[in-house]
Design a protein around this ligand. Structure first.
Ligand SMILES: [Zn+2]
Length: 257
């Protein structure tokens, strides 16, 4: 071995921090329909362009104490949080998958989930520019990696079809839109990456998390029955768990039957 494994881990964490920094740009700009490439990052308060040393993940936020160098506008805590969360998730994938092609694919999938989570939380929106290319990417990768093209295709149809049917039934019953169709496309994307078995697991997990969060919010009077819960955040959390531990969870569940 050329390098002790700890160097690889450090490299993975640094890569994760930089990736998180890029995801922050996506989270800020995609709902505003701005380019994620140009222009370079600016302070949203005063438009002051950020120098490279103001753009170092986590450290710049700490050094500037969460304020713009030029005008003092507070910088959202979301920036260092997304960077730390992304780095942790990339390291977690590295530990579980190791240096494999599946690691690369699942990290890209996780990146899409992080962006969808943050945008859904802030804007109650799951943009097509992430979910639709996500469906194509998941299906394309399935020709070389799990779950295989057939399961990927069936997973896409089942994931999208399930939520579409629920939205349609809810609409006929209550005459209100329970979900935006963003959720439908997002679960279709999850199905494309993870296949039929795991997309069912993701739906079940997300519904359980959604139920628990809903009960807690209603009990603490932060919401009532009519509050629209951003279901995409729960789909993202569940899909991340299923992507890494799904096969083990399903095997455990089957063994208890
Ligand atoms: Zn500023």
């Amino acid at each position: 071995m050329l390098f002790p494994p700890v160097f690889a881990d450090i490299f993975v964490v640094l890569f994760g921090l930089l990736a998180g920094s890029f995801l922050n740009v996506c989270i800020h700009r995609i709902p505003r329909k701005q380019s994620i490439v140009l222009p370079a990052s600016r302070c949203p308060g005063c438009g002051h362009p950020l120098a490279w040393y103001d753009n170092i993940p986590v450290f710049s936020y700490a050094a500037l104490r969460g304020r713009c160098r030029s005008c003092g506008t507070p910088i959202s805590i979301r920036y260092p949080l997304v960077e730390i969360v992304t780095a942790s998730i990339v390291l977690w994938h590295w530990i579980v998958f190791g240096p494999t092609p599946l690691f690369a694919v699942r990290v890209v999938f996780a990146a899409a989930l992080i962006v969808l989570f943050a945008i859904d939380l802030a804007h109650q929106l799951l943009p097509d520019v992430i979910t639709l290319p996500g469906i194509v990417a998941g299906f394309a990768c399935s020709w070389f990696l799990p779950p295989g093209p057939l399961m990927s295709l069936v997973g896409t149809l089942a994931g999208g079809g399930l939520l579409w049917a629920i939205a349609e039934a809810w609409f006929r019953l209550r005459k209100v839109d329970a979900m935006g169709f963003g959720d439908v496309k997002m679960l279709a994307m999850v199905g494309a990456f993870l296949g039929l078995k795991l997309v069912v697991l993701v739906f079940v997990l997300a519904s359980i998390i959604g139920g628990v969060v809903g009960v807690v919010l209603i009990a603490t009077r932060r919401a009532d029955m009519a509050t629209r819960v951003p279901f995409g955040t729960m789909l993202a959390t569940s899909a991340l768990v299923a992507s890494v531990y799904g096969d083990r969870l399903v095997a455990w569940y089957v063994s208890t039957l």
